[in-house]
Design a protein around this ligand. Structure first.
Ligand SMILES: Nc1ncnc2c1ncn2[C@@H]1O[C@H](COP(=O)(O)OP(=O)(O)OP(=O)(O)O)[C@@H](O)[C@H]1O
Length: 606
């Protein structure tokens, strides 16, 4: 269920004072200020609707309206009172009074000023204006208006480069041309003169009776400058109860390819991962939204959650034999001992690129990981998001690196930890294999029985795992938490199909996709790089390896791009490391869009 944004902080009280300071005596402004103060006490708490009410009362347009109201009130009080009998008489009286007071240079000057012709002219002008009535003179209503006569509204809009921002339709029964919807931020909406449901009677003096909507649109397209609409206003104009909801698109949408969209030109295309501001959910099937990357533009039509879900389901069933790309195992190279290193880095896997090509999925892994990926294929098409800013006292967010095999995920992670081992750390993985003499439990691995390992899987405490040479290897939630609780940033690499498992409010992962650059650059930068495989040592990257890396990266982006918070192209290792450091810093210190469920207090995990 999409709900209102709970992410914004209440503005400070200084702002509120400023907005009402124009007339502190004014009762309405004073009451509003007190109400806002009261509400701000509840803002941080989970009181249903309080954020919406607060934002509404604090919205700039309401403040502006109040200012206008204040000005009008002030104007009403200062309105000139007809003063013909008084103003001129008053000046004579003052002059007479002054005659009786002892003469001084100032009194002399004042008397001369009051008797000067321009002062008299000024008073006379005041009197003339004060007597005038500036209210518009309306013609009297005719006595014999027929009962059936409909009130008309004439609306003039000046057409500029922008679209009018309204769609029309023909009423199925009556054949009337009606305004179907007003697009937020468009010319029609900003005019405040047209509403969904208004009946179009004329456009630029041309009657629309009996015309098709396409013919009306043609008249509009041909019009230049001012367009005049004659409309019969809808009896009950829709109340604008819009909630500012933000969602992450978990799928892509192309209006041009959607035969169901009511108005293709008004459609808003979006890609996986785009953050959309939903500005209108009044229609159960078609919402209005704008991209936050493009806030100035007017909104566009997008399928509602319900409709998009239905479309996804139809698409899914129309392609029953589509391969489940989630069926890919995670394999571990068993040996990795940090001999010869300055410090020990746990949790690193060696390149299993070539092994993976030949690998088969273990039944255990398939049964669990399929749930996540199938969900993403037909699950919620929009994910409600809020702005989240980590507080300094909060644990760090988990950093997840992801990328096609061989792209440099491990290299980057290694460099990061080497750069600052007291700040960055990997989680110690679990394994079912036996401990070697030089190993220490909890340093290289947590050595556990197969039964314990499987229990961790079934209780969803394993973030990722795989089987290699008959032994299970994996990283547990607790191992990650151990690093986070120590006040360090936990950096782990994941296969995309495991992503749903880590997306919990507990870990609040920030996912960075490591992407190969183009073939030409890769050939150059990987000239001396070695692929470390299970059975080849010091094997150089071949063109086909690089090509496969590129293809896999594309597939990952297509299928899982909605989960990537940041993308780094790993061309120059030095640049990629610098970008990684900066991205991690931003993730921890700057506001980011995260699923709303991670923030609501009553939800433990998604
Ligand atoms: N930007 C780069 N420039 C040159 N060489 C690089 C770069 N990034 C990584 N490499 C090298 O490429 C090889 C593969 O990198 P790495 O092992 O980190 O890949 P990976 O993404 O972890 O793949 P896998 O998952 O298969 O282990 C290593 O020899 C590494 O040093």
């Amino acid at each position: 269920m999409i709900q209102s944004d709970k992410g914004a902080d209440p503005p400070d009280k200084k702002d509120m004072k400023l907005s009402t300071a124009t007339n502190p005596q004014n009762g309405l402004s004073q009451i509003l200020r007190l109400v806002l103060q009261e509400l701000s006490l509840f803002y941080g708490r989970d009181v249903n609707g309080v954020c919406l009410l607060y934002d509404l009362l604090h919205s700039p347009w309401l403040q502006a309206l109040l200012k206008i109201y204040d000005c009008l009130q002030e104007f009403k009080e200062k309105k000139l009172v007809p003063a013909t009998p008084h103003a001129q008489v008053l000046s004579y009286e003052v002059v007479e009074l002054l005659r009786e007071t002892p003469t001084s240079p100032e009194i002399q000057e004042l008397r001369q000023m009051l008797q000067a012709p321009h002062f008299k002219a000024l008073l006379s002008a005041h009197d003339t204006i004060a007597q005038k009535d500036f209210e518009p003179l309306l013609p009297p209503l005719p006595d014999n208006i027929p009962e059936s006569e409909e009130a008309m509204r004439i609306v003039c809009l000046v057409k500029n480069q922008q679209p009018l921002g309204a769609t029309i339709k023909r009423h199925e029964m009556t054949g009337d041309i009606l305004v179907a919807r007003i697009i937020h931020g468009g010319l029609a909406e900003r005019s405040g003169l047209l509403y969904a449901g208004d009946k179009l009677v004329e456009v630029n003096g041309v009657s629309v009776e009996g015309l098709d909507p396409e013919q009306v649109i043609h008249i509009l397209a041909m019009s230049r400058g001012t367009i005049m609409f004659k409309v019969v206003p809808v009896s009950d104009p829709p109340v604008n109860s819009q909630q500012m909801v933000y969602v992450r698109a978990m799928t892509e949408y192309w209006p041009q390819e959607d035969p169901d969209i009511p108005c293709m030109d008004a459609g808003l295309p979006f890609q996986k991962g785009d953050i959309l501001q939903i500005v209108d959910q009044n229609d159960a099937l078609w919402w209005q939204a704008r991209k936050i990357s493009d806030p100035a533009t007017c909104a566009g039509l997008v399928p509602s959650n319900h409709l998009l879900k239905r479309k996804q389901r139809e698409f899914w069933w129309s392609q029953p034999y589509q391969p489940h790309t989630c069926l890919k195992s995670t394999l571990y190279k068993e040996e990795f001992v940090g001999y010869g290193q300055k410090f020990f880095i746990a949790g690193f896997r060696r390149s299993m690129r070539l092994c993976r090509r030949k690998s088969h999925l273990s039944p255990l892994h398939a049964s669990v990981c399929c749930t996540g990926s199938c969900y993403s294929a037909v699950g919620a098409p929009y994910e409600e998001v809020v702005r989240y800013q980590r507080r300094p006292s909060d644990k760090y967010r988990l950093i997840v690196l992801m990328g096609p095999s061989g792209v440099g995920v491990n290299e980057l992670r290694r460099q990061l930890i080497e750069f600052n081992p007291s700040h960055f750390q990997s989680a110690v993985p679990h394994t079912t294999r036996t401990k070697k003499s030089y190993e220490m439990n909890g340093r290289e691995y947590h050595y556990v029985s197969k039964e314990t390992f499987e229990n961790l899987i079934y209780s969803h405490r394993m973030l990722e795992y795989g089987e290699y040479k008959g032994h299970l290897y994996g990283t547990s939630v607790d191992a990650v938490q151990t690093v986070l609780v120590e006040g360090k940033i936990c950096v782990m690499d994941l296969e995309p199909q495991d992503i749903q498992g880590v997306r919990t409010h507990e870990l609040k992962p920030y996912v960075i996709f490591i992407k190969p650059s183009n073939m030409r650059c890769m050939k150059q930068s990987r000239k001396n790089a070695k692929v470390i495989t299970d059975y080849y040592v010091d094997m150089k990257f071949k063109d086909e390896d690089l090509q496969e890396m590129e293809n896999l990266a594309q597939r990952m982006e297509t299928q899982f791009g909605q989960f990537f918070d940041h993308v780094i192209v790993n061309d120059s290792l030095h640049d990629a490391c610098a970008q990684l450091l900066s991205a991690i810093q931003k993730a921890q210190e700057e506001p980011q869009w995260v699923p709303a469920t991670w923030i609501s207090s009553d939800t433990e995990s998604q």
